[in-house]
Write a protein that binds this ligand. Sequence first.
Ligand code: NAG
Ligand code: NAG
Ligand code: NAG
Ligand code: NAG
Length: 264
Amino acid sequence: MASIQFFLCLPVLLAATAAGMAAKAQAKHSQCLDNPPDMSLRGDEAGVVVSDLPGGFRGYVTGSASSSHAIVLASDVFGFEAPILRKIADKVAEAGYFVVVPDFFNGDFYDTSKNISEWIKFHSPVKAANDSKPLFAALKKEGKSIAVGGYCWGGKFGAEVAKTDDIEVVCLSHPATVTADDMKEVKCPIEILGAQNDTTTPPKLVYQFVDVLRQRSQIPYFAKIFPGVAHGFACRYNTTDPFAVRTAEEALAYMLDWFKKYLK
Ligand SMILES: *[C@@H]1O[C@H](CO)[C@@H](O)[C@H](O)[C@H]1NC(C)=O
Ligand SMILES: *[C@@H]1O[C@H](CO)[C@@H](O)[C@H](O)[C@H]1NC(C)=O
Ligand SMILES: *[C@@H]1O[C@H](CO)[C@@H](O)[C@H](O)[C@H]1NC(C)=O
Ligand SMILES: *[C@@H]1O[C@H](CO)[C@@H](O)[C@H](O)[C@H]1NC(C)=O
Protein backbone atom coordinates (compact mmCIF):
# COMPACT_ATOMS: atom_id res chain seq x y z
CA MET A 1 0.00 0.00 0.00
CA ALA A 2 1.64 3.19 -1.13
CA SER A 3 0.15 6.53 -0.44
CA ILE A 4 1.08 10.11 -0.79
CA GLN A 5 -0.38 13.31 0.41
CA PHE A 6 0.70 16.71 -0.77
CA PHE A 7 -1.21 19.75 0.34
CA LEU A 8 -1.11 22.86 -1.80
CA CYS A 9 0.62 21.09 -4.66
CA LEU A 10 1.05 23.99 -7.03
CA PRO A 11 1.90 26.65 -4.45
CA VAL A 12 4.38 24.22 -2.96
CA LEU A 13 6.11 23.77 -6.31
CA LEU A 14 6.29 27.52 -6.82
CA ALA A 15 7.54 28.04 -3.28
CA ALA A 16 10.14 25.33 -3.85
CA THR A 17 11.48 27.18 -6.86
CA ALA A 18 11.65 30.41 -4.90
CA ALA A 19 13.27 28.62 -2.00
CA GLY A 20 15.80 27.05 -4.37
CA MET A 21 16.76 30.48 -5.64
CA ALA A 22 16.99 31.83 -2.14
CA ALA A 23 19.20 28.87 -1.27
CA LYS A 24 21.55 29.71 -4.15
CA ALA A 25 21.61 33.36 -3.18
CA GLN A 26 22.83 32.46 0.28
CA ALA A 27 24.47 29.11 -0.34
CA LYS A 28 26.32 29.25 2.94
CA HIS A 29 23.19 29.39 5.03
CA SER A 30 21.90 26.03 6.20
CA GLN A 31 18.49 25.71 7.80
CA CYS A 32 19.94 22.71 9.64
CA LEU A 33 21.58 25.22 11.96
CA ASP A 34 18.56 27.49 12.48
CA ASN A 35 16.71 27.76 15.79
CA PRO A 36 19.13 25.95 18.10
CA PRO A 37 17.39 24.35 21.08
CA ASP A 38 16.33 26.59 23.92
CA MET A 39 17.76 24.81 26.94
CA SER A 40 15.63 26.92 29.29
CA LEU A 41 12.66 24.84 28.12
CA ARG A 42 13.98 21.88 30.08
CA GLY A 43 11.25 20.78 32.44
CA ASP A 44 9.95 17.58 33.88
CA GLU A 45 11.27 14.58 32.05
CA ALA A 46 9.76 11.13 32.34
CA GLY A 47 12.97 9.37 31.34
CA VAL A 48 16.56 9.09 32.47
CA VAL A 49 20.01 9.44 30.93
CA VAL A 50 21.96 6.20 30.84
CA SER A 51 25.62 5.83 29.94
CA ASP A 52 25.78 2.18 28.98
CA LEU A 53 23.67 1.59 25.89
CA PRO A 54 24.94 -1.27 23.72
CA GLY A 55 27.35 0.19 21.17
CA GLY A 56 28.87 2.39 23.86
CA PHE A 57 26.38 5.22 23.62
CA ARG A 58 24.96 7.44 26.28
CA GLY A 59 21.29 8.03 25.75
CA TYR A 60 18.00 9.29 27.04
CA VAL A 61 15.62 6.41 27.66
CA THR A 62 11.96 6.71 28.46
CA GLY A 63 8.89 4.49 28.50
CA SER A 64 8.27 0.90 29.40
CA ALA A 65 11.42 -1.23 29.19
CA SER A 66 9.16 -4.29 28.90
CA SER A 67 7.46 -3.03 25.76
CA SER A 68 7.93 -5.34 22.78
CA HIS A 69 8.43 -2.28 20.61
CA ALA A 70 11.43 0.05 20.72
CA ILE A 71 11.63 3.42 19.05
CA VAL A 72 15.07 4.87 18.44
CA LEU A 73 14.91 8.62 17.89
CA ALA A 74 17.89 10.09 16.05
CA SER A 75 18.48 13.73 16.84
CA ASP A 76 19.48 16.65 14.69
CA VAL A 77 22.99 18.12 14.98
CA PHE A 78 22.09 19.73 18.31
CA GLY A 79 21.97 16.35 19.96
CA PHE A 80 20.00 14.38 22.50
CA GLU A 81 19.86 17.07 25.18
CA ALA A 82 17.41 19.26 23.29
CA PRO A 83 14.38 19.76 25.55
CA ILE A 84 11.81 19.55 22.75
CA LEU A 85 13.30 16.28 21.50
CA ARG A 86 13.11 14.87 25.03
CA LYS A 87 9.45 15.88 25.20
CA ILE A 88 8.81 14.18 21.87
CA ALA A 89 10.50 11.04 23.27
CA ASP A 90 8.24 11.14 26.33
CA LYS A 91 5.16 11.52 24.14
CA VAL A 92 6.22 8.58 21.99
CA ALA A 93 6.71 6.60 25.20
CA GLU A 94 3.18 7.50 26.30
CA ALA A 95 1.97 5.63 23.22
CA GLY A 96 3.32 2.46 24.86
CA TYR A 97 6.80 2.27 23.43
CA PHE A 98 10.25 1.94 24.91
CA VAL A 99 12.14 4.94 23.54
CA VAL A 100 15.87 5.49 23.19
CA VAL A 101 17.51 8.75 22.11
CA PRO A 102 21.21 7.92 21.74
CA ASP A 103 23.92 10.55 22.07
CA PHE A 104 25.53 9.85 18.71
CA PHE A 105 27.95 12.75 19.21
CA ASN A 106 29.39 11.65 22.53
CA GLY A 107 28.68 15.08 23.99
CA ASP A 108 30.20 16.97 21.07
CA PHE A 109 26.94 18.56 19.90
CA TYR A 110 27.03 21.13 17.18
CA ASP A 111 26.80 24.70 18.38
CA THR A 112 27.18 27.91 16.45
CA SER A 113 30.78 28.38 17.59
CA LYS A 114 31.73 25.31 15.54
CA ASN A 115 32.48 25.02 11.84
CA ILE A 116 29.81 22.65 10.55
CA SER A 117 32.00 21.42 7.66
CA GLU A 118 34.65 20.42 10.16
CA TRP A 119 32.22 19.08 12.74
CA ILE A 120 30.40 16.83 10.29
CA LYS A 121 33.66 15.07 9.36
CA PHE A 122 33.72 13.58 12.83
CA HIS A 123 29.98 12.99 13.05
CA SER A 124 28.88 11.14 9.97
CA PRO A 125 25.31 9.83 10.15
CA VAL A 126 26.37 6.97 7.86
CA LYS A 127 29.09 5.92 10.28
CA ALA A 128 26.71 6.34 13.22
CA ALA A 129 24.26 3.96 11.54
CA ASN A 130 26.99 1.35 11.28
CA ASP A 131 28.15 1.99 14.83
CA SER A 132 24.59 1.47 16.06
CA LYS A 133 24.39 -2.14 14.97
CA PRO A 134 25.13 -3.43 18.49
CA LEU A 135 22.33 -1.21 19.86
CA PHE A 136 19.79 -2.59 17.39
CA ALA A 137 21.05 -6.15 17.96
CA ALA A 138 20.62 -5.76 21.72
CA LEU A 139 17.09 -4.41 21.40
CA LYS A 140 16.22 -7.27 19.06
CA LYS A 141 17.67 -9.78 21.49
CA GLU A 142 15.29 -8.42 24.10
CA GLY A 143 12.48 -9.42 21.74
CA LYS A 144 11.70 -5.91 20.60
CA SER A 145 10.78 -4.87 17.09
CA ILE A 146 12.32 -1.54 16.23
CA ALA A 147 11.37 1.71 14.54
CA VAL A 148 13.60 4.70 13.87
CA GLY A 149 12.38 8.28 13.86
CA GLY A 150 15.05 10.61 12.52
CA TYR A 151 15.20 14.39 12.45
CA CYS A 152 17.49 16.35 10.11
CA TRP A 153 20.95 14.73 10.68
CA GLY A 154 19.03 11.83 12.17
CA GLY A 155 17.01 11.61 8.96
CA LYS A 156 20.14 10.50 7.11
CA PHE A 157 20.87 8.11 9.98
CA GLY A 158 17.35 6.71 9.59
CA ALA A 159 17.70 6.32 5.83
CA GLU A 160 20.94 4.39 6.31
CA VAL A 161 19.52 2.08 8.96
CA ALA A 162 16.49 1.51 6.73
CA LYS A 163 18.84 -0.13 4.21
CA THR A 164 19.60 -2.89 6.71
CA ASP A 165 17.50 -5.59 8.34
CA ASP A 166 17.97 -3.92 11.72
CA ILE A 167 14.59 -2.18 11.87
CA GLU A 168 10.95 -2.68 10.85
CA VAL A 169 9.93 0.85 9.94
CA VAL A 170 11.34 4.37 9.62
CA CYS A 171 10.09 7.94 9.66
CA LEU A 172 12.26 10.82 8.42
CA SER A 173 11.25 14.30 9.55
CA HIS A 174 12.86 17.13 7.54
CA PRO A 175 15.89 14.96 6.73
CA ALA A 176 19.25 16.39 5.65
CA THR A 177 21.62 14.98 3.02
CA VAL A 178 19.26 12.12 2.12
CA THR A 179 19.37 11.41 -1.62
CA ALA A 180 16.98 9.86 -4.12
CA ASP A 181 19.52 7.06 -4.51
CA ASP A 182 19.09 6.26 -0.82
CA MET A 183 15.46 5.45 -1.60
CA LYS A 184 16.56 2.68 -3.98
CA GLU A 185 18.02 0.73 -1.08
CA VAL A 186 15.45 1.24 1.65
CA LYS A 187 14.14 -2.11 2.86
CA CYS A 188 11.31 -1.14 5.20
CA PRO A 189 8.18 1.04 5.21
CA ILE A 190 9.29 4.66 5.06
CA GLU A 191 7.50 7.88 5.91
CA ILE A 192 8.93 11.26 4.90
CA LEU A 193 7.66 14.44 6.53
CA GLY A 194 8.86 17.49 4.65
CA ALA A 195 8.24 21.21 4.89
CA GLN A 196 7.11 23.70 2.28
CA ASN A 197 9.91 26.13 3.20
CA ASP A 198 12.65 23.55 3.66
CA THR A 199 15.73 24.60 1.67
CA THR A 200 17.75 21.60 2.88
CA THR A 201 15.34 18.94 1.62
CA PRO A 202 12.94 21.06 -0.44
CA PRO A 203 9.60 19.65 -1.61
CA LYS A 204 11.00 18.96 -5.07
CA LEU A 205 13.58 16.61 -3.51
CA VAL A 206 10.83 14.87 -1.54
CA TYR A 207 9.04 14.39 -4.87
CA GLN A 208 12.20 12.72 -6.19
CA PHE A 209 12.21 10.36 -3.21
CA VAL A 210 8.60 9.52 -3.97
CA ASP A 211 9.36 8.92 -7.66
CA VAL A 212 11.90 6.29 -6.66
CA LEU A 213 9.70 4.72 -4.00
CA ARG A 214 6.73 4.58 -6.38
CA GLN A 215 8.70 2.21 -8.59
CA ARG A 216 9.44 -0.11 -5.69
CA SER A 217 6.18 -1.96 -5.26
CA GLN A 218 7.34 -3.89 -2.18
CA ILE A 219 8.12 -0.89 -0.01
CA PRO A 220 5.21 0.97 1.61
CA TYR A 221 5.80 4.70 1.72
CA PHE A 222 4.06 7.89 2.65
CA ALA A 223 5.20 11.45 2.14
CA LYS A 224 3.71 14.71 3.24
CA ILE A 225 4.76 18.31 2.86
CA PHE A 226 3.62 20.52 5.73
CA PRO A 227 2.64 23.99 4.53
CA GLY A 228 3.85 27.21 6.15
CA VAL A 229 6.83 25.74 7.97
CA ALA A 230 10.56 25.34 7.32
CA HIS A 231 13.24 22.74 7.95
CA GLY A 232 13.33 21.81 11.63
CA PHE A 233 9.60 22.27 12.13
CA ALA A 234 9.07 18.92 13.86
CA CYS A 235 11.65 19.29 16.62
CA ARG A 236 12.94 22.89 16.73
CA TYR A 237 9.75 24.90 16.56
CA ASN A 238 8.74 28.12 18.26
CA THR A 239 6.86 26.92 21.34
CA THR A 240 4.96 30.21 21.63
CA ASP A 241 3.69 30.12 18.04
CA PRO A 242 0.40 28.16 18.05
CA PHE A 243 0.66 27.30 14.34
CA ALA A 244 4.21 25.97 14.73
CA VAL A 245 3.20 23.96 17.80
CA ARG A 246 0.14 22.51 16.06
CA THR A 247 2.14 21.56 12.98
CA ALA A 248 4.81 19.81 15.05
CA GLU A 249 2.13 17.93 16.97
CA GLU A 250 0.61 16.88 13.68
CA ALA A 251 3.98 15.61 12.46
CA LEU A 252 4.38 13.59 15.65
CA ALA A 253 0.91 12.12 15.18
CA TYR A 254 1.77 11.08 11.62
CA MET A 255 4.94 9.40 12.84
CA LEU A 256 3.09 7.54 15.59
CA ASP A 257 0.39 6.37 13.17
CA TRP A 258 3.07 5.12 10.80
CA PHE A 259 4.82 3.17 13.54
CA LYS A 260 1.54 1.75 14.79
CA LYS A 261 0.72 0.52 11.32
CA TYR A 262 4.01 -1.22 10.64
CA LEU A 263 5.53 -2.15 13.98
CA LYS A 264 4.42 -5.72 14.60
C1 NAG B 1 35.14 25.68 7.81
O1 NAG B 1 35.97 24.62 7.43
C2 NAG B 1 36.19 24.50 6.02
C3 NAG B 1 37.07 23.28 5.78
O2 NAG B 1 36.47 22.13 6.23
C4 NAG B 1 36.84 25.74 5.47
O3 NAG B 1 36.94 25.62 4.06
C5 NAG B 1 35.99 26.94 5.82
O4 NAG B 1 36.65 28.11 5.41
C6 NAG B 1 35.73 27.00 7.31
N1 NAG B 1 34.80 28.10 7.58
C7 NAG B 1 35.04 29.02 8.49
C8 NAG B 1 34.00 30.08 8.65
O5 NAG B 1 36.06 29.01 9.17
C1 NAG C 1 31.19 -0.70 11.23
O1 NAG C 1 31.16 -1.05 12.60
C2 NAG C 1 32.00 -2.16 12.94
C3 NAG C 1 31.81 -2.45 14.40
O2 NAG C 1 30.46 -2.68 14.71
C4 NAG C 1 33.45 -1.80 12.63
O3 NAG C 1 34.26 -2.92 12.87
C5 NAG C 1 33.58 -1.37 11.16
O4 NAG C 1 34.88 -0.91 10.93
C6 NAG C 1 32.59 -0.26 10.85
N1 NAG C 1 32.64 0.08 9.44
C7 NAG C 1 32.70 1.35 9.05
C8 NAG C 1 32.71 1.56 7.57
O5 NAG C 1 32.73 2.28 9.82
C1 NAG D 1 7.43 30.21 4.03
O1 NAG D 1 7.58 30.78 2.75
C2 NAG D 1 6.60 31.73 2.47
C3 NAG D 1 6.73 32.15 1.03
O2 NAG D 1 8.07 32.31 0.66
C4 NAG D 1 6.77 32.92 3.45
O3 NAG D 1 5.78 33.88 3.22
C5 NAG D 1 6.64 32.39 4.88
O4 NAG D 1 6.93 33.40 5.79
C6 NAG D 1 7.59 31.24 5.12
N1 NAG D 1 7.30 30.66 6.41
C7 NAG D 1 8.24 30.09 7.16
C8 NAG D 1 7.78 29.54 8.46
O5 NAG D 1 9.40 30.00 6.82
C1 NAG E 1 7.64 32.90 18.29
O1 NAG E 1 6.26 33.08 18.07
C2 NAG E 1 5.76 34.23 18.72
C3 NAG E 1 4.24 34.21 18.53
O2 NAG E 1 3.89 34.04 17.18
C4 NAG E 1 6.42 35.47 18.14
O3 NAG E 1 5.94 36.61 18.80
C5 NAG E 1 7.94 35.36 18.33
O4 NAG E 1 8.57 36.43 17.68
C6 NAG E 1 8.44 34.07 17.74
N1 NAG E 1 9.84 33.89 18.09
C7 NAG E 1 10.77 33.66 17.17
C8 NAG E 1 12.16 33.49 17.69
O5 NAG E 1 10.52 33.60 15.99
